[in-house]
Design a protein. Structure first.
Length: 161
């Protein structure tokens, strides 16, 4: 890779990581999480987006935890009645994970507060147009389809809850 393309790519990457670190520290310090950690909330949120129960391997692709750490966290969330395990009909050796009613209620309650916090933090620094650009760029980098068109879901707090 040539230096003229390498430098902007690395500068952008460093800026993205710096912004992420600053915002995550800010969100983690807020008094919105009740008796959950922010990482536990992330697991509940990820499960809430699934239409059906998921295997732990699928879940691990969407959270920033190693599989052993995620397994221990799922154990703790299950002990607290927030996550339930069910037999995998396709493979009896595997289990699938889903939210319990209490887990869904907890995720929604915290999710609404977190969504308001995120909205305050990012709209204080970026315009609506910049936020649409940021979303499109992040989706492109993640290999996801661009959802910023008319069918995209913008400004809807329910996407977080």
């Amino acid at each position: 890779m040539r230096r003229e393309t390498s430098r902007p790519a690395n500068d952008a990457w460093e800026a993205l990581l710096s912004a992420h670190a600053v915002l995550i520290k800010r969100f983690a310090a807020e008094d919105i999480w009740d008796d959950l950690s922010m990482r536990e909330y992330d697991v509940l949120y990820t499960l809430s987006k699934s239409a059906e129960p998921v295997r732990i391997g699928e879940l691990s692709r969407h959270v920033l935890l190693s599989q052993p750490a995620l397994s221990r966290m799922v154990d703790r969330l299950a002990e607290r009645g927030l996550v339930e395990r069910s037999a995998d009909p396709a493979d009896g050796r595997c289990v699938r994970l889903s939210l319990t009613g209490a887990g869904r209620a907890c995720q929604r309650q915290i999710g609404r507060r977190h969504a308001r916090s995120v909205a305050r933090a990012v709209t204080a620094r970026a315009s609506a147009g910049e936020l649409r650009q940021l979303e499109a760029i992040c989706r492109k980098l993640a290999g996801e389809p661009d959802a910023t068109g008319p069918a995209g879901n913008h400004g809807n707090e329910d996407t977080w809850s």
